[in-house]
Design a protein around this ligand. Structure first.
Ligand SMILES: Nc1ncnc2c1ncn2[C@@H]1O[C@H](COP(=O)(O)OP(=O)(O)OP(=O)(O)O)[C@@H](O)[C@H]1O
Ligand SMILES: [Mg+2]
Length: 235
């Protein structure tokens, strides 16, 4: 297992995201200070509405802070331009969502290759890399299937391969087992843990479930947009 290093891979100072809503505003996250060294498997906990998805969206470059700093793998995201954010999302992070977000008209192989082809990677090399991960995830019998022909667990494993295709250092998973039964949920969490332990990826999982607890190396708990607890154990 790669040892977590001391240099923060993800660092935030006063990180705040306020959503304007009508004439008022809603706090997504507020004044978060954070330093996550490389190599961790972070479990992000907190009640519904506490800011987990907001924080993952900021780290994933899907959204930008209202104020504060967020530096991920040397990229100051608070001042990134739209084109820098696109490149960042392709190269630095891979994201997995509760609802899988696969493209229904593309096969498993096509779905997983899209982010690499959009990044301009050569087709043959992309296909080879996709096959390596699809084999690892036991999906080679499903290459030409469409999402509607897959089980929930297969759809989420496909989504994980898509998140991995550009070999990002960081995998972000937002409630990845929310639509899976407990057996498939367990398998997906184990796979995220393997990516952390065997392949050295830093993994952040926002989840209400306790399925990731046995592999967590760091816990963060959010409440009302603030980190109320951070440490090696949940309590
Ligand atoms: N696009 C948006 N516009 C307005 N308010 C939003 C938006 N997205 C999130 N919020 C609000 O920001 C707060 C944090 O939401 P967030 O989705 O980050 O919570 P969460 O911890 O992921 O919740 P859950 O466990 O239900 O997924 C909530 O009050 C939510 O209503
Ligand atoms: Mg959420």
């Amino acid at each position: 297992m790669p040892a977590p290093s001391d240099q923060p891979l993800i660092s935030a100072k006063g990180l705040t995201r306020i959503y304007p809503l009508g004439s008022g505003e809603v706090v997504g996250v507020a004044d978060i200070d954070l330093a996550v060294p490389s190599g961790h498997l972070v479990v992000l906990k907190g009640n519904s509405g506490s800011g987990k998805s907001t924080l993952l969206g900021l780290i994933g470059g899907l959204d930008q802070p209202t104020r504060g700093e967020l530096v991920v793998a040397g990229h100051p995201l608070q001042k990134a331009s739209p084109s820098e954010l696109i490149r960042y999302r392709r190269e630095v992070v891979g994201m997995v969502f509760q609802s899988f977000n696969l493209l229904p008209t593309l096969s498993v192989m096509e779905n997983v290759c899209v982010p690499a082809l959009m990044a301009g990677k050569p087709f043959e090399e992309t296909r080879r890399r996709a096959l390596k991960w699809l084999e690892w995830l036991d999906l080679v019998q499903r290459l030409n299937h469409y999402p509607s022909q897959l089980s929930g667990g297969e759809m989420q494993r496909t989504a994980v391969v898509r998140a991995l295709i550009n070999e990002p250092a960081i995998i972000l998973a937002d409630e990845p087992t929310g639509n899976l039964d407990s057996r498939n949920g367990e398998a997906v969490m184990r796979l995220l843990a393997d990516l952390n332990r065997q392949f050295g990826r830093t993994v952040i999982i926002a989840t209400h479930s306790s399925l990731a607890d046995r592999w967590a190396t760091l816990y963060l708990t959010l409440k009302d947009g603030k980190i109320t607890r951070s440490g090696k154990s949940e309590i």
